[in-house]
Design a protein around this ligand. Structure first.
Ligand SMILES: [Zn+2]
Length: 427
């Protein structure tokens, strides 16, 4: 690039010597230069390297809350330069004073900027790309970005669970209702989250589940994650069995992260749980043991809801096991990850499901227990055997987690596998 500049400079000097004295030629030259610039001829004279392909990529769904140095929370959005050649470095400029952190990664052909905002608004961002060696600026990229800051509920106000009609049950109907666009997702503490809780309660009531050791279906708790303020609690109901000293606890979380419809994660799991409830009801026989059903809140906040539940639940039964459902029935029919380890407290339970999955041709693979992250961990922490059905290959925590990504027949396969286990249980 330096060589080309030298040649250009040399040619310019020769032209200047010959023509510049003539006024007509000077005017003509100026016009020619203006026209060539307009049509980009001047650009072609200098070879364009990969700087021409660079563009800004905005991460679509990052509206997380972050803490600044003063401990105040703000929403953040990350953008990065795409196709950045290793020859270049990036300086960031922002028209907005609220830009708090600039983090180009050292030695990597990537440059990331995270913009923190106190309230919803726009900010003009400029990425100034310059040559590492010469320091010459080769490109400037501008984008206006918008950061949405979600209001957090105040900790003082009691969160009221709205009454929602259950309607006719089907897996598809449950997923459709939980993913209603106008409800705005089910992030804990939001209206959409409360509506979801009310809707699940309505189904518990319709199916004839009893509240467990409480006046109603809500198991509220005080220790919420700071990001969600005072959210509603877990939704819990149960079916009485012949032996009420033992229980199978079927669980699925109903909350989501921000800005996702959450069809796969985890309307699918809630629908499977309700499918088990209705199928057992239809069967009309008293189960061997109590069957407890929990729809957990705040799974996405490090299992706060299930941890609070297990803390109260652990003394209620002599023996219990947990079957947790989180992300099932994806259309790609990916493997279910079963956290099988030989000497684990859950080894027998997992072996039982391996054989049920084999006979029903449900694809699965054994997976390190520690890498499966969901509410069953709260049971594991208290020494209660547990299993989690979670399917690999599906998209979660993104705007792409839409209703069309899940298949109700595949979800029904999972609930049927659970029914088989529940009917034959030798707890
Ligand atoms: Zn989940």
């Amino acid at each position: 690039m330096k060589e080309d500049k030298k040649i250009n400079h040399h040619l310019t000097r020769i032209f200047a010597k010959v023509f510049v004295r003539n006024k007509l030629v000077r005017t003509f030259m100026a016009m020619l230069l203006a026209v060539s610039l307009m049509f980009g001829f001047a650009d072609k004279a200098v070879p364009v390297d990969s700087a021409g392909k660079m563009s800004l990529k905005i991460k679509k769904t990052q509206y997380t809350y972050n803490k600044n140095s003063k401990g105040k929370k703000r929403a953040a959005q990350t953008i990065r330069v795409r196709n950045l050649s290793k020859r270049y470095k990036v300086k960031w400029k922002s028209g907005n004073k609220k830009v708090a952190a600039v983090t180009p990664k050292k030695g990597k052909a990537k440059a990331k900027l995270t913009v923190y905002m106190r309230k919803t608004g726009r900010s003009k961002i400029t990425a100034i790309i310059y040559n590492k060696k010469s320091g010459k600026v080769v490109k400037k990229l501008n984008r206006i970005i918008r950061v949405t800051v979600h209001k957090k509920p105040t900790a003082k106000s009691k969160q009221i669970i709205p009454k929602v009609k259950a309607g006719e049950f089907s897996i598809a109907a449950v997923i459709k209702e939980l993913c209603r666009k106008e409800n705005g997702g089910r992030f804990a503490g939001t209206r959409g989250n409360r509506l979801a809780a009310g809707y699940i309660m309505a189904h518990f009531e319709k199916a004839g589940l009893k509240p467990l050791k409480k006046k109603g279906y809500e198991w509220s708790y005080d220790e919420h994650h700071p990001d969600v303020g005072n959210a509603v609690g877990n939704v819990v109901g149960y079916m009485k069995g012949r032996d009420s000293t033992k229980a199978i606890v079927v669980t699925a979380h109903f909350d989501t992260v921000l800005n996702t419809p959450g069809a796969f994660d985890n309307a699918s799991g809630v629908a499977a749980l309700l499918d088990v409830v209705y199928k057992l009801k239809k069967r009309g026989k008293t189960p061997e043991t109590d069957i407890v059903f929990c729809a957990f809140n705040e799974e996405e906040q490090f299992y706060v809801g299930s941890a609070a539940f297990v803390n109260e639940f652990k003394g209620l039964y002599k023996k219990s096991i947990n079957i947790n459902i989180d992300c099932v029935g994806h259309k790609n029919n990916g493997n279910y990850l079963l956290g099988y380890e030989k000497n684990d407290i859950s080894a027998d339970l997992i072996r039982a499901f391996q054989s049920i999955f084999n006979s029903r041709s449900i694809p699965y693979r054994n997976f390190p227990v520690k890498d499966i992250r969901s509410d069953h961990r709260s049971f594991q922490d208290e020494g209660i055997p547990n299993i989690c059905f979670t399917q690999e290959g599906g998209i979660m925590h993104s705007a792409q987690d839409v209703i069309s990504s899940v298949d109700d027949k595949l979800i029904s396969k999972i609930s049927d596998a659970m029914i088989e286990f529940i009917i034959n249980n030798r707890l």
